[in-house]
Design a protein around this ligand. Sequence first.
Ligand code: GLV
Ligand code: MN
Ligand code: MN
Length: 473
Amino acid sequence: MSMRFSYSHSLPLVFLFVFCSIPTILTRHNEDPTAKTMHDFSGYPVDEPPHSFISNSLSVDAQTLQKQINELSTFSDTSSPSVTRVLYTEKDVLARRYIKNLMGLAGLSVREDAVGNIFGRWDGFEPELTAVATGSHIDAIPYSGKYDGVVGVLGAIEAINALKRSGFKPKRSLEIILFTSEEPTRFGISCLGSRLLAGDVALAKALKTTVDGQNISFLDAARSAGYARDEDNLSSVFLKKGSYSAFVELHIEQGPILEEEGVSIGIVTAIAAPASIKVDFEGNGGHAGAVLMPNRNDAGLAAAELALAVEKHVLESGSVDTVGTVGILELHPGAINSIPSKSHLKIDTRDIDEKRRNVVIQKIHESAITIARKRKVTLSEFNIINQDPPVLSEKSIIEAMEAASKELNLTQKFMISRAYHDSLFMARISPMGMIFIPCYKGYSHKPEEYASTEDIANGVKVLALTLVKLSLH
Ligand code: GLV
Ligand code: MN
Ligand code: MN
């Protein structure tokens, strides 16, 4: 049975946990080869026993939330169960409208910036204090699922609704942010909205000349969705450091750990360092029958060899925490009887150790040069699109999330995020924390992605209670 959260009854408890909760740091033996590096990286234990504390449930309307998640998934350019929702497309615009409507129904004041980051604000009773923010994204890579990002947006709206139903009044204002283009699908740059919010001057400049795969400019695409009316003014998106006193993102884990261990809540202590690289090779092409093998300079084979080199350099790091993926490999002209004259790769590599990740990037670059020389093709582009450092969550937010899940009697575990999130960039301007919930077999970025209604509701409750603590702080 769910009990309604009562502000007046819970206030002493809230203060008790905000001010008195000290995380228990335990050193435990763990067979998992990733455990040591995770602990070293984040400074938090990777495995902690569950705690049971006072039951203090919020009345989260899990059925309505699930219905909204299902409804939002219908704004897709591919058929169910897959979801494809790419920045500034018609489906993206419709989905945004759906979210703004829900924000309005929740009584939030809604504003949008020049690139379509959407903000829904609930004024606190001390509105001059810096607000506490939460949020995530609703764009979905091709043929993905319906939970990635969405849980952190619709879940945040439901968290606010639940707090409102409980009679709670925030001291600091609470703000939900829907971030534009967390996924790099259309313009090749991940976390576009949050990078700009964090004041990325180089990106604001680059976006004036950025085009997509169909040669549509970022600004034209943004305008077609109703944004970027003043094209010289993307810097209007920048937020000052300290604009928020805290930022918390709720997200599915996108990995198998919580489900495998039967733990309800992941408390993210750090986010790994992502990088992406764009590579182009050019050869002479020619007829697949007539040009003899010794006379070829096949740009496709150069790309294939580089893809294998990526795997080799990643494995050479000796750590399971180093990963690399060639997710895009395109050949031109793309005809069975034509030797590829151009090839294009996009390489994603990440690590919890930034230096080790950078060594991999260096080796990939050296391989690209060597392969081009050996195969007599031109390395026409080797462009590191982004090379981001990892970040740590803020201790006080970790403590608030930990206290919230303990009060809700939910099992929890400290963990790192191997996926990147808008939180990585919000951490540049605000103290940051993330709440993870389990997802089926850790599946993500594919149609089989799934999180149970119950796990989502648990995440929303932890988010709501964390917002309470941070708002009163
Ligand atoms: C986010 O979608 C990621 O690729 O980590
Ligand atoms: Mn994603
Ligand atoms: Mn995501």
